[in-house]
Design a protein around this ligand. Structure first.
Ligand code: NAD
Length: 266
């Protein structure tokens, strides 16, 4: 039996993942963390999830929440996830990170300590998006410099970070396939008299509207033709399913930093 815990159990993603853990035959929800002052603190996680009593109280103390957990799942905020990461590294717990919006320093810290524990980190846990990562890197390599690349992402109005971690992941995959540094080629906004499009630019544009779960389009445009690849998430369930798959996969992994590409064997 896998003993898993969830950070941000009241969140949009945290609650779905926690319910998935409760419903799984091979997992136990052994820990539930929420922010200090949250109205659900002290309540039974199973009751909050509508799954009946579990005897797992929601707490804001990380050491109480996860002392009996082997694996922790965190879809919250970078500042919160860094605390979870440091706790997991100190206590030898495995970790699934779905949070997006990390700074370069935070990413370096996660990469540097991953030798101690097994971590799966992915800005998008859906199977379709991870296949899309693979597809766009093949296309970028095949199409080469004659095709301009633009990425457009659309999310709900409450999303805190921009561009999405998925759009950045797509941009990184394309830059790697082209053999260039994304920092030197990314273009995040255009406004005013911008002049002709520089060669090799990778455009990354953000839209925020309504309750859209998450759309990503990569456009490769040449002369007289273009290819567009679009992924649309219809609900958050596909991210939660991917997270549960990552939990099972990481349960017998050696320390290291892994992605959904590893989990899915792509
Ligand atoms: P949300 O705001 O609904 O949930 C975040 C939860 O974290 C809230 O319940 C909040 O109270 C809790 N929280 C805040 N501070 C905390 C603390 N100190 N300790 C414990 N809990 C704390 O957000 P969401 O829509 O669920 O998204 C969360 C993150 O997951 C975002 O970064 C988002 O981009 C990312 N995300 C990733 C994927 C993926 O597939 N990797 C999919 C969807 C969303």
């Amino acid at each position: 039996m896998i003993h898993a815990g969830v950070v941000g159990i009241a969140g949009r993603m945290g609650s779905l993942i926690a319910r998935g853990i409760v419903d799984a035959d091979d997992m136990v929800l052994a820990g539930a963390l929420e922010a200090g002052g949250h109205p659900l603190l002290g309540k039974d996680a199973g009751m909050v999830l509508g799954a009946g009593p579990l005897d797992t109280a929601i707490t804001s103390r990380i050491e109480d929440a996860f002392c009996t957990c082997d694996i922790i799942v965190d879809f919250t905020l970078p500042v919160v996830t860094m605390e979870t990461f440091r706790y997991a590294a100190a206590e030898g717990k495995k970790l699934i990170i779905g949070t997006t919006g990390f700074s370069d320093d935070e990413l370096t810290e996660i990469r540097g300590c991953a030798g101690k524990i097994a971590v799966v980190m992915a800005p998008n846990m859906s199977i379709g998006v991870n296949v899309m990562f693979k597809a766009v890197s093949i296309l970028a390599g095949l199409l080469g410099e004659d095709y301009d690349v633009e990425i457009v992402e659309t999310h709900h109005r409450l999303k805190k970070d921009a561009p999405s971690g998925t759009a950045l992941g797509l941009a990184r995959a394309i830059a790697e396939a082209k053999g260039v540094d994304l920092a030197d080629h990314a273009r995040y906004e255009r406004h005013g008299i911008i002049g002709a499009r520089p060669d090799g630019e990778i455009g990354i544009q953000t839209l925020r509207a309504g309750d859209i779960v998450g759309d990503h389009t990569v456009l490769f445009a040449g002369n007289n033709e273009r290819i567009e690849i679009t992924h649309r998430a219809h609900s958050r369930q596909n991210f939660a399913r991917g997270a549960l798959r990552a939990v099972r996969w990481v349960s017998d992994r050696e320390p290291g930093l892994y992605s959904m590409i590893d989990v899915l064997g792509l």
